[in-house]
Design a protein around this ligand. Structure first.
Ligand code: MG
Length: 399
């Protein structure tokens, strides 16, 4: 398995936005330090093995306070901090040096002031990085860009925004490549690079852009701090609800069954008004259960000709829409299929991929298991298929 480490650059001394007399990465954002909030999604990501923070030597105590607030488990991935240098470039190099004893294959370099990066954005970045060896999160520029005249606020020209992107972090690289590029930049006397992609470009590497889809904002102004406060305060006011669902369909003549939206060849079919996908039916009921909104039979009557032979995808998507209409979000699902046959193993990845696409959830937030019932009961006698599911949903608790 590819070893992936993350470096968080937190050695800056900028107190411009803080007003609290401490660097901005240590200011309180709705009850938690900015650095703590930035570390969370990295430590929670299953593909990231280690995380190292580069701090200023005068701020080690503040760093310790930020690290202590991290959840366990998760914080065991956190390495002892490295001490930064005068510039961002030197601080990143100090972080890279601290990883050389046990070097990772890939390294993600991230700014301490970007607390909003999501698991899905990290998935996308790591996926691309594994293909290309050098990739960064970025957003296509939406604003029209003007260049001012020297020493003036008058417009000299309008720059076409075509092909212009705003660079974000994390920025990911093959560890040895970026370490060599940093060393070469230092040896050549260059100290003015503002991100690691520009060092990689300077060293002749090809760096690809991964569209973050927005939201991965860097906290730089007082307005950004206020926005982050609102964001995390709203998140804190969410409550977590869990729903469960169960479904059964009887076998009948046929040559396939549907499970988790995947068509599987089988010596039997199932009796059903719809396509009879027990896994999606159980999961739909689990989601409806979490928001207290009836069940699949109430919303999709099995006497309604519209749902005859219907693909069960639409029942699941309807339940997802109902969650979103409440201002909520599905965070995790877990499905268990009970059957002697067909075998689930060969289709497991296709099922996870289908659920991931339907629910817009990364694969690490999807549980999928199958069991026989050891020849006992109706599934054991091969009379039909059954599935159980749970769904975890966050909802605004002001409902
Ligand atoms: Mg059903």
């Amino acid at each position: 398995m590819t070893k992936i480490a993350a470096i968080v650059v937190a050695a800056g001394r900028g107190t411009r936005v803080a007003g609290a007399g401490r660097p901005k990465q240590y200011i309180d954002i709705s009850g938690e330090m900015l650095l703590t909030r930035t570390l969370r999604p990295l430590l929670e990501h299953p593909r990231i093995d280690r995380c190292l923070v580069v701090v200023h030597r005068d701020n080690v105590a503040l760093y310790e306070a930020a690290a202590t607030a991290l959840p366990r488990p998760g914080c065991e991935k956190l390495m002892p901090p490295a001490l930064g240098g005068e510039t961002r470039q030197q601080s990143v190099e100090a972080g890279l040096a601290a990883l050389t004893d046990n070097p990772p294959d890939l390294v993600l370099i991230h700014d301490a002031a970007r607390p909003f990066v999501t698991g899905a954005q990290l998935d996308a970045l790591i996926g691309e990085l594994e293909k290309t060896g050098a990739s960064i999160l970025a957003s296509p520029l939406a604003d029209t860009v003007k260049r001012a005249l020297p020493q003036s606020q008058s417009i000299e020209t309008t720059i076409s925004r075509e092909r212009l992107w705003r660079a974000e972090t994390p920025q990911g690289f093959h560890f040895e490549d970026i370490r060599r590029a940093h060393a070469a930049a230092r040896n050549s006397g260059r100290t003015d690079f503002t991100d690691d992609a520009s060092i990689a470009e300077w060293a002749g590497m090809t760096v690809t852009l991964v569209d973050s889809g927005g939201g991965n904002t860097k906290i730089t102004t007082a307005e950004d701090v206020a926005m982050a406060e609102r964001h995390f305060a709203t998140q804190a006011a969410m409550e977590t609800c869990v729903g469960q669902g169960f479904d059964v369909h009887r076998f009948t003549d046929g040559d396939h069954v549907w499970l988790c939206g995947v068509k599987i060849a089988h010596s039997r079919g199932v009796e059903a008004h719809s396509d009879g996908d027990v896994a999606l039916h159980a999961l739909t009921d689990a989601i409806l259960g979490a928001i207290g909104d009836g069940d699949i039979g109430i919303h999709f009557k099995n006497t309604d000709p519209r749902w005859r032979g219907a693909s069960s995808d639409q029942f699941l998507l309807d339940a997802k829409r109902r969650v979103e209409n409440c201002g909520g979000k599905i965070r995790h699902v877990d499905v268990t299929i009970l059957a002697e046959a067909p075998k689930i193993g060969p289709h497991r990845q296709a099922m996870i991929d289908r659920l991931s696409a339907l629910l817009d959830l990364p694969a690490h937030r999807i549980g999928l298991k199958a069991t026989t019932t050891e020849g006992m009961g109706f599934t054991g006698r091969r009379e039909g298929l059954a599935a159980m599911a749970t769904a975890t949903v966050v909802l605004p608790d002001v409902r």
